[in-house]
Design a binder for this molecule. Sequence first.
Ligand SMILES: Nc1ncnc2c1ncn2[C@@H]1O[C@H](COP(=O)(O)OP(=O)(O)OP(=O)(O)O)[C@@H](O)[C@H]1O
Ligand SMILES: [Mg+2]
Length: 232
Amino acid sequence: MTSPAIIAQNLEKRFGVANVAIIKKISLEIKTGEFVAITGRSGSGKSTLLYLLSGLDDPTSGNVIINGKNLSQLDSQEIHRFRNLEMGFVFQFHYLLPELNSLENVLMPARKLHHELDKREYALELLDRFEVRHCAEKKPSQMSGGEMQRVAIARSMIMQPAFLFADEPTGNLDSVNGETVMSIFEQINREQKTTILMVTHEADYARRASRQIFLTDGKIEHDKSQRHIHRR
Ligand SMILES: Nc1ncnc2c1ncn2[C@@H]1O[C@H](COP(=O)(O)OP(=O)(O)OP(=O)(O)O)[C@@H](O)[C@H]1O
Ligand SMILES: [Mg+2]
């Protein structure tokens, strides 16, 4: 049996002077290789939960344990290193660096870890696989939104992370480009066994994940695993 990849215990997040609880004592376990969609209405706490589960933000109380490491027990240097090596991130807006071309953007996480040279071939392979090889020398301002998002996904995968966290990765794309991004996620999950946590408010996309967690007002209202129907 594979042990859970991510364990959240009694996670709570409060914000502001009013100290309002936005995430209310959530406990859950995510297994290696799962493709989890986090859904729910605007303001239900989806992004906040994703940030807590990925260590981008700290809980007010409770624990997040990833691959046996309790994030609250790592110092900031350890957490940075762990994140750079094991986690990829994709957001609604791509956050590519405007002064760098696609290839340089994809290599950025590798550069931070001094692996830029040995990752060059893989970066080109990823650009190829996501059909943006022709954009290798282009800067973000010279590309379409769909192309930028595919480059951002290539960047998130350059270190072959065990986890991919995505916050509304299709939110800023039309349906054709949204579909392409979803197929890429399905491919990454199937072929690299990457554990994926994706926030989306689009029911059709959420249904394609292997598990759907539906949040209402900072709590899990439904959590259902579904048999994964692979579309090719
Ligand atoms: N840094 C913060 N300070 C104060 N309140 C916050 C902060 N971040 C989020 N909130 C509040 O927490 C609630 C949940 O926010 P969150 O961004 O997690 O929602 P969401 O489900 O991702 O919504 P959306 O679908 O609109 O992106 C909201 O009411 C928001 O205003
Ligand atoms: Mg959000």
